[in-house]
Design a protein around this ligand. Sequence first.
Ligand SMILES: N[C@@H](CCC(=O)N[C@@H](CS)C(=O)NCC(=O)O)C(=O)O
Length: 205
Amino acid sequence: MTTYKLTYFDFDGGRGEPIRIALHSAGIAFEDHRLTFPQFTEQRLGFRFHALPVFEVDGVAVTQSNAICRYVGKLSDLYPADDLQALYCDEVMDALEDLGQRLGPTFGMKGEELRLAREKLAEGWIPVFLRGLEQLLLRGGGTWFADKRLTMADLKAFVNIRWLMSGALDHIPADLVQQHAPGLVRHRDRVGKDARVVAYYAARR
Ligand SMILES: N[C@@H](CCC(=O)N[C@@H](CS)C(=O)NCC(=O)O)C(=O)O
């Protein structure tokens, strides 16, 4: 039997979370190896690109979250077989990565530098991505991003939009998504109520 191991941070979010939800939804057993931030710092240089997630298939390590999402999406029937729908799914996942890249550098900041950088993002790039993603949801029919059903794109959007709305990001107003892309708030609610997602979080408790 193929063995799977996901190494990621010990929180319910980020680049590792859609992978966890998808594997769980398909009943695929995997080792959910979670690291605290101090553990990551200690082990960082041992990871191929000094970053997580790392996904191991039969002991062979693979990096790059969207590549892993596609692979796991295929295993768990959450990735479109149709090439055009797969392209739509990929576009959403890559746009979310770009948004993450904009936010990433602010995590090393503090005080006034952090405030200015986050406020600039909240007035600039974040709304650009939110509006663009809402357009992609409409292109998919308004309910799901691709394939007229839940795919990895929906799981990744759900995780990211929930995070942006959480109020946990200093200087990013919790109602920013509602202001610029209310369709994404409804989408987050829809995905959060999907039986597979509900079952995943019920199992986490
Ligand atoms: N392109 C990579 C980016 C991976 C990445 O930047 N991961 C973050 C966590 S979500 C990380 O490990 N950051 C720690 C660091 O850069 O020191 C992917 O999509 O997997």
